[in-house]
Design a protein. Sequence first.
Length: 269
Amino acid sequence: DNNSIDRTKEIAKKYTNLVFNKGPERSAQRNFGMMEVAKGKYVMYVDADMILSPTLIEDCVYEMENDRNLAALYIPEIVLGTGFWSKVRRFERRFYDGTVIDCVRFIRKNIFVKVGGFDSSMTGPEDWDLDKKIRQMGRVKLVKTRKVKSKRLEVENFKRWELYSFIKEKGVNPENYGSVIYHNEADFNLKKYLHKKAYYAKSFDVYTKKWGKNDPDIKKQFGIWYRFFGVFMENEKWKKMIKHPILTMGMYWLRLMVGVRYLMSKARS
């Protein structure tokens, strides 16, 4: 926690005594938790608005234990929300799973420590930076999603999950997904979203300078071709856009707005 006043620490202390104050930004917080506090073989970072599906940790451990060459795993992210822009974000986010736009989340602790964790000199692209460092240490992959089978007993057991109804109320049927992270953007606010992206953009120059503008990942992450076309078309993903033209138009409009805010922030700096 970083001196929040929304009762986060008070609520957390009902479940654990491992509650700490740390700052100034999330990279320092995550490094402290994942390198100094965590005692396990694996580490994972989640945001305050994320929910883990019931089988996620089990499936991640299974994957890592059965392939010692794996350094880390990407985890599919499902955006929650019933509003139009939440649906657009949910549609868009699935294109990024396991790409250079994504970042590994479930990591062998010894590797996380070896690469020095997150680079605390940046906020925004620090996850891309971590992903690049982890990929230099070993193989990474997208965790296999284990969907709920149609067997009556398994479905009934899954419906007993305490957050099952909450997820459905936010526009998503958990039975259609397996081992995923649900990202609760149900109260999506376009103005706040663009402001957040502009704030993250302040660290882009630090990230680019660190790896070099000719780095192949950076060319994709900041290049117009890949960000607007390549990532949405590779591996036959373009078929999704044909099936959902309205969501596709919304996605491109949102991408355009983020790009405009980025250029505006560059012009001011």
